[in-house]
Design a protein around this ligand. Structure first.
Ligand code: SF4
Length: 408
């Protein structure tokens, strides 16, 4: 049968870089420390910030610390704060629970007492907390501009077009959709609605196995690198994988190529983890012979293969924290976590593979001024920056997340 690719996804369109990707470079610095400045100084970096009452703009980290403690005293256990490991120092120490997105999604589901969950992380994480916690609880993201460039690379419309094309070509059940946690609620719902599932970097291998028990092919969104690195771990060949470009008809492939694939990787990436290179690994090994190199699986395949170990944020933390004194570690993940590991392991050599300090720009938008603002508002009986997810989306997204939690 001849298939006209124009019937799939319409015309090709021009690539659009997510704004968060373009802004990312604004935060890269050459000094190794990133102390929080008053918000007014930080917003001079030309990126999007959410508007906030003027009084918070001038407060120092010390002044904000006093306010945050006062507000927390008033609120007591009505509020719980969850903090992702990539949060800056001046924010993470207020977190009642710290973790990667997998641990925090479990924590969100376990928080049955607190009326309000303040999520110090990025938008998709707060959405996940909203989906997993109980309906009467409220989830707050301190700064609504804290998005994720990777999640932005899989807009709902593009993913739906791709799904329609794949179903038209392969038939129902011809592909099992898996989305990385780092995606919007709509993309999670697309997976839930179509027999698919969510994964994190902690459980990606188990989730792929789950999917291959249910179908012969997977669509993995939005991070091509985590998808490729996971498929390789399962022994799938590179020539059984294709990268789906949302800007090209049928993802840029012939129908035959799509049919012959086992893993369809969405063309997305993390702007933080793709900075780590094989050259940096070589430089670290030359400087410290015998050094352990550990990187996150959102890094490119070449970088992951040149490292000694790859693993989720929790795997990286555990490896460094549990290594004997005198161990040496070159790490390929977000700088706030690497700096924290270096400080808490003073008897070891711990440094970031990338000599240019590039925090995740969107994680960095959770300045303590925003945390202070949302807490003050709650203490005054006002709810700001509540995360809401539409009911139908929430139901399907929860299905996909619950499948993941069952896989473990
Ligand atoms: S580190 Fe990468 S994937 Fe994680 S929130 Fe930042 S941009 Fe998104």
């Amino acid at each position: 049968m001849t298939i006209n690719v124009r019937q799939f996804g319409g015309l090709s369109r021009d690539p659009v870089l997510p704004i968060t990707e373009i802004e990312h470079s604004a935060f890269c610095k050459s000094e190794s420390d990133l102390p929080a400045k008053p918000l007014l100084d930080e917003i001079k970096v030309n990126v999007r910030w959410q508007k906030i009452p003027v009084k918070y703009l001038h407060l120092t980290a010390e002044e904000l610390d006093v306010r945050i403690h006062e507000a927390r005293e008033k609120l007591g256990n009505r509020v719980v704060i969850l903090g992702h490991h990539y949060q800056r120092e001046e924010v993470i120490h207020y977190a009642d629970f710290q973790g990667d997105s997998f641990l925090l999604s479990r924590q969100a589901a376990n928080q049955t007492e607190a009326e309000h969950i303040i999520f110090c992380g990025v938008h998709f994480m707060a959405e996940t907390a909203r989906i997993l916690c109980s309906p009467q609880q409220r989830v707050i993201l301190p700064n609504m501009a804290a998005g994720c460039s990777m999640a932005d690379m899989a807009p709902t419309g593009d993913a739906m077009d791709a799904w329609d094309d794949l179903e038209a070509l392969l038939g129902k059940g011809g592909v099992v959709p898996i989305t990385y946690m780092n995606s919007t609620a709509e993309i999670k719902a697309l997976c839930g609605r179509n027999g698919g599932i969510v994964c994190t970097s902690s459980n990606a291998v188990r989730v792929f196995q789950w999917a291959f028990e249910r179908g012969e092919r997977v669509l993995f969104l939005p991070d091509q690198h985590l998808g490729r690195n996971t498929a390789l771990k399962l022994g799938i060949d590179l020539d059984e994988m294709i990268v789906w470009s949302p800007f090209k008809a049928l993802g840029g492939h012939t129908p035959e190529r799509v049919r012959s694939s086992k893993v369809i990787l969405w063309q997305g990436h993390c702007s933080v983890h793709t900075r780590f290179t094989v050259r940096q690994i070589k430089a670290a090994r030359e400087r410290y012979p015998g050094i352990n190199v550990i990187v996150h699986p959102e890094c490119t395949m070449e970088t992951v293969q040149a490292a000694d170990v790859s693993g989720s944020t929790e795997v990286i933390r555990k490896a460094v924290n549990e290594s004997p004194p005198g161990s040496k570690w070159a790490i390929g993940t977000e700088i706030s976590l690497v700096n924290r590991l270096a400080k808490s392991n003073p008897d070891k050599v711990v440094f970031c593979l990338d000599p240019i300090v590039c925090p995740c720009s969107t994680m960095y938008r959770i300045h303590p001024a925003y945390l202070s603002w949302v807490l003050d508002a709650l203490a005054a009986g006002e709810l700001v920056n509540e995360i809401r997810v539409e009911d139908e989306t929430m139901g399907h997204a929860r299905t996909a997340l619950e499948r993941m939690l069952l896989v473990g």
